[in-house]
Design a protein around this ligand. Structure first.
Ligand SMILES: *[C@@H]1O[C@H](CO)[C@@H](O)[C@H](O)[C@H]1NC(C)=O
Ligand SMILES: *[C@@H]1O[C@H](CO)[C@@H](O)[C@H](O)[C@H]1NC(C)=O
Ligand SMILES: *[C@@H]1O[C@H](CO)[C@@H](O)[C@H](O)[C@H]1NC(C)=O
Length: 397
């Protein structure tokens, strides 16, 4: 007896919910004209309507909604509602009408419903980022990029991006970022030059040129090597430089090696620092010039002597960072045109550009860069290096 009771209770417990829902539908009051009494009739479930009200003898009779009609709730209606919603322009049918719900329309991708119209989601302008993307019902929410973030595009999706932390990468900031642009970093000194293959930079060339006489005699390299203070460059290195390069390039390569070997010594630190500052300044000008592939090509064609071809420009654009491209190309030009002065060539080239439709801003930035490289500061730098350190050695030759 006990056993039976226990199992019956468990069974009942499971079936309670089902029993109430299925067997006790919600009711409505109905006046029955036959008996003149108020009756409690069962409502009809969603998807159906009341075909016949209940009587004292009979339950409510429900019937399914016909095609294109629906009933959302339990109801006592004597007909279903018509699926009347017609989607507006730029809307699509998200859910088709069925017996339990009306047709649901939604604005197409990229738009939201504002009163009667599907409007395009607002695009946040540069300097602003998306804090909440638009939905079919709501517009994009934009917010000005806070300190340390930027957005350089017009977009309904892009959020503000954090400025690259140049110092965390071991780089220097060339151009500080703002709400509109990222920090522009520069990999410190020699490392970056090697990746893209710039062996002697414009600043180094400007600095080293002072040590290169009008006419290079075969003896000159030895005089220079002997005269340079600090750690001596070993003969093997010198031999390799002589084999690989034209006379002027030999000087540059030698001085570069010498600079690298001695950069830790106190007397050179200031000079190395000055060269780094020069590189940073040059990169700043180049960053502002913002040279496109087309502009680089035109610029290269405008230089005198043997041309750096389109293939070289293509390869350089692929290998080098934007700010390094022009430096690498000028480097290539110098190697092709052995023993020429890059600065003179560039000055000449920039004059030719007036006849092309070259962007004014780009031209100005390049001119400023050339001017900077010719500037008094650089001249002082030459003096410091070659008169104070080398002293009479250089002058006597
Ligand atoms: C009607 O469509 C809705 C949404 O797709 C669905 O949840 C519901 O079960 C459907 N009703 C019937 C009776 O098929
Ligand atoms: C950049 O990184 C350095 C080192 O990781 C950190 O000390 C500094 O706070 C960072 N700067 C910013 C602006 O996040
Ligand atoms: C650089 O030039 C490109 C096209 O050549 C342009 O889309 C871009 O906005 C320019 N960037 C800056 C910072 O001027």
């Amino acid at each position: 007896m006990n056993k039976f009771l226990c199992c019956t209770l468990v069974f009942l417990d499971i079936s309670v919910k089902w029993t109430i829902q299925e067997t006790s539908p919600p009711k409505y009051l109905h006046y029955d004209p036959v008996t003149s009494r108020q009756l409690m009739c069962d409502l009809c479930p969603p998807g159906t309507y009341v075909k016949q009200h209940c009587t004292a003898a009979r339950k409510t009779e429900c019937a399914p909604c016909p095609d294109q009609y629906y009933a959302e709730d339990w109801n006592s209606n004597d007909e279903c509602q018509y699926c009347n919603t017609v989607c507006k322009e730029l809307q699509y049918v998200k859910l088709e009408c069925n017996s339990t719900q009306n047709r649901i329309c939604e604005c197409i991708e990229g738009r939201y419903l504002d009163l009667e119209f599907c409007l395009r989601h607002t695009e946040c302008p540069p300097g602003f980022g998306v804090v909440q993307p638009g939905t079919p019902e709501s517009d994009t929410i934009c917010k000005r990029c806070p300190e340390g973030f930027f957005s350089d595009e017009t977009s309904s999706k892009a959020t503000c991006q954090k400025h690259t932390n140049c110092s965390a990468l071991g780089h220097t900031i060339v151009l500080k970022g703002n709400a509109l642009r990222n920090n522009m970093c520069h990999e410190n000194t020699d490392m970056s030059a090697q990746k893209c293959g710039i062996d002697v930079t414009l600043c180094e060339e400007a600095l080293f040129r002072f040590a290169v006489p009008e006419k290079i005699t075969p003896n000159w390299l030895n005089v220079l090597t002997d005269g340079l203070p600090g750690t001596k460059i070993n003969a093997e290195h010198i031999e390799r430089i002589i084999q690989k390069h034209s006379p002027q390039e030999q000087m540059f390569q030698l001085l570069k090696l010498w600079k690298q070997q001695n950069k830790e010594q106190d007397i050179f630190k200031k000079i190395v620092q000055d060269i780094n500052l020069c590189e940073i300044s040059v990169l700043k000008h180049i960053g502002r010039a913002n040279l496109s592939f087309e502009n680089l090509n035109i610029l290269m064609m405008s230089l005198p002597g043997k041309k750096v071809g389109k293939e070289d420009v293509q390869r350089t654009v692929k290998l080098c960072k934007p700010t390094e491209q022009i430096l690498k190309l000028l480097n290539l030009w110098r190697i092709k045109n052995a023993d020429q002065d890059t600065m003179k060539a560039l000055t000449h080239g920039l004059k030719q550009l007036k006849t092309y439709h070259f962007p004014k801003k780009t031209l100005q930035s390049l001119k400023k860069m050339v001017k900077f490289l010719h500037s008094f500061t650089m001249y002082q730098l030459y003096q410091k290096l070659f008169f104070e350190i080398l002293g009479n050695q250089v002058q006597s030759v």
